[in-house]
Design a protein around this ligand. Structure first.
Ligand SMILES: Cc1cc2nc3c(=O)[nH]c(=O)nc-3n(C[C@H](O)[C@H](O)[C@H](O)COP(=O)(O)OP(=O)(O)OC[C@H]3O[C@@H](n4cnc5c(N)ncnc54)[C@H](O)[C@@H]3O)c2cc1C
Length: 351
C-alpha cells in the first residue's frame, strides 16, 4: 500500500511530489504527454501584473517559498533551473510612466518596482520612453526541470509513462486501487487534462491556449526580460523566447500560423534587428473563471484530491499551493479559502 498516487507531472505534480519526498511518503506517479503547459511555459516568475502595475494574488508570500523551492531542486537534480533576470516594462506613453511612479509607493510593489526610469541602452530595441524595472524576478527552465524530474523518478521506478484510465480506478473505504497499485490517497494534477477526469470535471476550468516562439537574434545582446506587447525572454546563446498569446476557443497543443503572425507583428513594432524563428510551441494554461487555483478534497470521495488551476502563474503558485494541500491532508491545517474547490460545490457539484 502506497501513501499516494499522483496523476500528472507538470509543475503541480512535481511540487506535490516534493512535499511527499520531504515528509518521507511513498508514492507513484502516472503521467502522459497530453498536456504541455509546464513544458512550453516561458517560466517567468514575476509577482507584478504589468498591465495594471498591481501585485498578483498572494505573490509576495508565494515568492518567499518558490525561490528556495527551486534552489533545493537545483541541488537535488544537479542542474541550473533558476536564472535571475530583471523584467523591464517598456513604456508606451507618459501616462504609463506616471502610473508606474504611483505604483512604486504602494505596499509590496515598493519592494519590487525600481523608482528610477531606466533608459534604453539597446540600439536594437525601440523604447524611447524607457522602462520600469521589476527587481528580484527571473526564469525557471521548466522544460529542463520536467525532463530531469522524470529521469529522477524513473530511476526510482516511481513513474509510469501512460494515461490514467479512470475506468480502472476503484474507490474503497480508506484507499484507492488502480490496476495493481494500491494507495491511501490520489492527487490529480492533470492541468487542462482535468476536463477528462470524471470526478472533478464539474469544476469551471476554462483553459487558455498560449503560443510561444523561440528566435535567434545574434545582434540583440539583451540580458533582461523585455515586456512590451509581448515578452522577450533571454535564454542565452543568442536565443530568446517571444510570447505569448491568449486564446479561449482552441484547446489543442497545435501551433498555429495565426498566433505566429500575431506574435511577430507585435514583436516587430519594437525589435529592430534581424532574427530567425527557431521553434514554435503551444500549450493550454489551466485557467479558472475567478483566477484562483483549484485545490482540495472531492466533495464526496475523501481519498481524492485536486491540485490544479494555476493559470498563467504556475511557477510561483505551485510550491505554496502544494505545501498548503499537503498540510491540509496530513496535518488538518486549513486550506486557503480562495483556492479551495469547496467554493464551487454548491453551484456545480451534483452528488
Ligand atoms: C505559452 C505558455 C506560457 C506560459 N508562461 C508562463 C510563465 O512564464 N510563468 C508561469 O508561471 N507560468 C506560465 N505558464 C503557465 C504554466 O505553464 C501553468 O500554470 C503550469 O504549467 C500548470 O501546471 P500543471 O502541472 O497544473 O499542468 P500541466 O503542465 O498541463 O501538467 C499536467 C500534466 O498531467 C498530465 N496528464 C493530464 N491528463 C493526464 C492523464 N489522464 N493521465 C496521465 N497524465 C495526464 C499532462 O500530460 C501533463 O504532463 C505558461 C503557459 C503557457 C501555455
Amino acid at each position: 500500500m502506497l501513501d499516494y498516487l499522483v496523476v500528472g507531472l507538470g509543475l503541480a505534480g512535481i511540487s506535490f511530489c516534493e512535499q511527499l519526498e520531504k515528509h518521507g511518503k511513498s508514492f507513484q506517479v502516472i503521467n502522459d504527454n497530453s498536456q504541455r503547459a509546464s513544458i512550453v511555459a516561458g517560466g517567468l516568475y514575476n509577482p507584478v501584473i504589468l498591465k495594471r502595475f498591481t501585485m498578483a494574488w498572494n505573490a509576495r508570500s508565494q515568492m518567499d517559498l518558490a525561490i528556495p523551492f527551486y534552489q533545493e531542486l537545483e541541488k537535488k537534480l544537479q542542474t541550473q533551473l533558476d536564472y535571475k533576470l530583471p523584467v523591464l516594462r517598456r513604456f508606451a506613453s507618459v501616462e504609463e510612466q506616471n502610473l508606474w511612479f504611483d505604483a512604486t509607493d504602494k505596499p509590496d510593489l515598493d519592494y519590487f518596482l525600481n523608482t528610477k526610469i531606466k533608459e534604453n541602452q539597446n540600439p536594437h530595441i525601440e523604447a524611447s520612453l524607457g522602462y520600469g524595472e521589476v527587481q528580484y524576478t527571473g526564469r525557471v527552465d521548466t522544460k529542463v526541470l520536467i525532463n530531469k524530474y522524470q529521469e529522477y523518478l524513473l530511476d526510482k521506478s516511481s513513474l509510469l509513462n501512460e494515461s490514467i484510465d479512470y475506468a480502472h480506478l476503484e474507490l474503497k473505504d480508506e484507499c484507492i486501487s488502480y490496476k495493481d497499485i494500491q494507495a491511501k490517497k490520489i492527487v490529480f494534477a492533470e492541468g487542462y487534462g482535468l476536463k477528462q477526469n470524471p470526478y472533478f470535471s464539474y469544476l469551471p476550468l476554462n483553459g487558455t491556449k498560449g503560443e510561444l516562439l523561440t528566435i535567434k537574434a545574434p545582434e540583440l545582446k539583451e540580458e533582461a526580460v523585455i515586456k512590451s506587447s509581448v515578452f522577450i525572454i533571454p535564454l542565452g546563446a543568442d536565443l530568446y523566447r517571444v510570447g505569448s498569446t491568449y486564446k479561449w476557443k482552441d484547446k489543442t497543443n497545435v501551433p498555429t500560423d495565426a498566433a505566429k503572425n500575431e506574435l511577430l507583428d507585435k514583436l516587430n513594432t519594437f525589435l529592430k534587428c534581424d532574427y530567425e524563428i527557431v521553434s514554435h510551441v503551444a500549450g493550454v494554461r489551466p485557467t479558472v473563471a475567478d483566477r484562483r487555483p483549484l485545490v482540495g478534497e472531492h466533495p464526496k470521495y475523501k481519498s481524492l484530491y485536486l491540485l490544479n488551476g494555476f493559470g498563467s502563474r504556475g511557477v510561483l503558485i505551485a510550491p505554496s499551493a502544494s505545501q498548503n494541500l499537503y498540510a491540509y491532508i496530513e496535518n488538518d491545517e486549513e486550506l486557503d479559502a480562495e483556492m479551495n474547490i469547496s467554493r464551487f460545490t454548491k453551484k456545480y457539484y451534483t452528488p
